[in-house]
Design a protein around this ligand. Structure first.
Ligand SMILES: Cc1cc2nc3c(=O)[nH]c(=O)nc-3n(C[C@H](O)[C@H](O)[C@H](O)COP(=O)(O)OP(=O)(O)OC[C@H]3O[C@@H](n4cnc5c(N)ncnc54)[C@H](O)[C@@H]3O)c2cc1C
Length: 469
């Protein structure tokens, strides 16, 4: 059963609202703000789910009398699945970031920069921390933002499972600045090795911990871009041998969510790219330049990248008394409302949402966040009107893994219930790219995406294939 907002308000808060607000009787919904007649929807987190939600909901704002505010600590948005391409240098972040303020002005919603730090449920206010610029200087002070309905869409962070030394000695791929930092480190290490005659090093060890999609895609991408990087004039280094890539995986095989034969093919492709794969290898500590495994092996690593699982940001664990699950995600009902407060909803990687039909939880994927955003675009007006919203049903379209250059492989679901067909090569690569195009189309429309794609294709004639700085 969907969580009935109107019923909940009847039970708990309508009396208080009516006492405080004599206009209440004339109001169409207990969620509407008396002064403005608008329902103030605040969306915290402008990522793969939150940003399309803000844009799509804004398109219905006039009809449903909504005022939409998006909150994000960053001034610009990048689509998270591109991060491994920023890190490897095959894509330039600058060419793919979107300024929230500009998009908000074009689409008609409000943008407020700063991190969600807390929720005052009694006063129905979101606590926003100060907005900082890239250098850490304050641009806007901490403040409070009133809401009638709040959507938490702050995403997830990489899970270090509390393993000693990971935070201090490994790189993460949680944000664009982190991806860029990793890229700069790789370029710096190659440059130093090329010009530093004193050190005479002939190998750079890059170890990626995590045999899921992020680790696999990053390994493949790094192989092709480091080859290119070295070929662009670092003539003292051997492009084939200088960078040794190792993928360390605790599971018995790569990509457990994919069928075994596909995971086998992916392993073969990576082996062909000269990536060393260590399955069944559990990391117990990360030290400077060394990874320690459960068996006691010490693996040399100049650059360690941690890509081994997703959890919710720590501050969600005890956010305003809301219920959270094992990975810290906010527990939500089938209508994405949090279990203890139906005015607060959550979507994407930060939500523990039941997977109807299959059981378990909806997986942390961009396609799930997008589907939840599309669902809420129609469900929120219904919830505000006190109507029943049908439950959210995740439609698993399959999983595609990009393996650098022109390769991609994975499964496509939907032809037969519960089974997937294997897909690879150019078509798989095209479908992989389509996920991003669809995200862009939700923000700008399909015509803008076609023109943008064409423009990028022309621009590629004057750009190197790998970012060199
Ligand atoms: C390298 C990589 C590759 C991936 N590839 C794929 C793929 O191929 N296919 C796929 O389906 N999925 C992929 N994923 C997973 C996918 O990126 C996530 O599942 C998806 O982005 C989650 O969407 P979201 O809206 O929940 O969060 P995000 O997209 O992570 O967005 C969260 C937003 O919240 C903001 N935020 C953070 N903290 C706060 C705060 N305190 N207050 C307010 N805002 C905050 C962030 O700045 C960000 O804008 C990949 C992930 C990574 C890291």
């Amino acid at each position: 059963m969907p969580h009935d907002l109107a019923a909940t308000f009847n039970e708990h808060s309508v009396m208080t609202i009516m006492e405080a607000d004599p206009l209440h009787k004339e109001r169409p919904s207990p969620l509407t703000n008396a002064a403005s007649g608008l329902t103030r929807v605040v969306i915290c987190g402008g990522g793969a789910g939150g940003l399309p939600l803000a844009v799509m909901l804004q398109a219905r704002a006039k009809r449903h009398r909504l005022s939409i505010t998006l909150v994000d600590p960053s001034a610009t948005h990048v689509w998270k699945p591109l991060l491994h391409e920023f890190a490897s240098g095959s894509m330039d972040k600058g060419a793919h970031e979107i300024a929230y303020l500009a998009l908000a002005a074009w689409r008609g919603f409000t943008f407020s920069q700063g991190p969600l730090t807390g929720i005052d449920r009694e006063k129905r206010q979101v606590l926003i921390g100060p907005a900082l610029d890239a250098g850490g200087l304050e641009m806007a002070p901490a403040r409070r933002l009133p809401y009638d309905l709040l959507v938490v869409a702050v995403g997830g962070v990489t899970n270090d499972f509390g393993i000693p030394g990971v935070k201090e000695n490994a790189f993460f791929l949680d944000s664009a600045p982190e991806a860029e930092k990793l890229h700069r480190e790789i370029v710096r290490a190659c440059m130093r090795a090329n010009y530093d005659e004193a050190r005479q090093r002939d190998r750079l060890d890059i170890c990626i911990v995590g045999g899921g999609a992020t680790g696999v895609e990053l390994a493949a991408e790094l192989r092709s871009t480091t080859r290119m990087l070295l070929a662009y004039g670092l003539d003292r280094l051997d492009p084939e041998r200088f960078v040794r890539l190792t993928l360390i995986n605790a599971d018995p095989r790569l990509l457990l969510q994919l069928p075994e034969h596909i995971s086998q093919s992916i392993g073969d492709i990576l082996a062909g790219l000269d990536v060393r794969i260590l399955n069944n290898t559990q990391v117990t500590a990360v030290e400077k330049e060394t990874i320690v495994t459960r068996s006691g092996e010490r693996i040399h690593s100049d650059i360690t990248i941690w890509a081994a699982g997703v959890r919710a940001p720590h501050f969600l664990t005890d956010l305003a008394g809301l219920e959270s699950g094992r990975g810290g995600q906010l527990t939500v009902t089938q209508t994405l409302q949090t279990t203890r407060d139906p005015r607060i909803l959550a979507l994407g990687d930060c939500a523990a949402c039941p997977w109807l039909d299959k059981g378990g939880l909806v997986p942390p994927r961009a396609q799930a966040s997008f589907q939840q955003a599309a669902y809420l675009t129609t469900a929120i007006p219904k919830l505000i009107a006190g109507e029943d919203a049908s439950p959210f049903r995740y439609n698993d379209l399959g999983s595609l893994v990009s393996l650098g250059d022109a390769q991609a492989i994975g499964t496509l679901m939907g032809l037969a219930r519960g089974t997937g067909i294997r897909i690879e090569g150019f078509l798989a690569r095209l479908l992989y790219k389509w996920l991003y195009k669809r995200h862009q189309a939700a923000l700008f429309g399909w015509w803008a995406v076609v023109l943008d794609t064409f423009g990028r294709w022309i621009g590629s004639a004057t750009r190197p294939r790998v970012k060199l700085h």
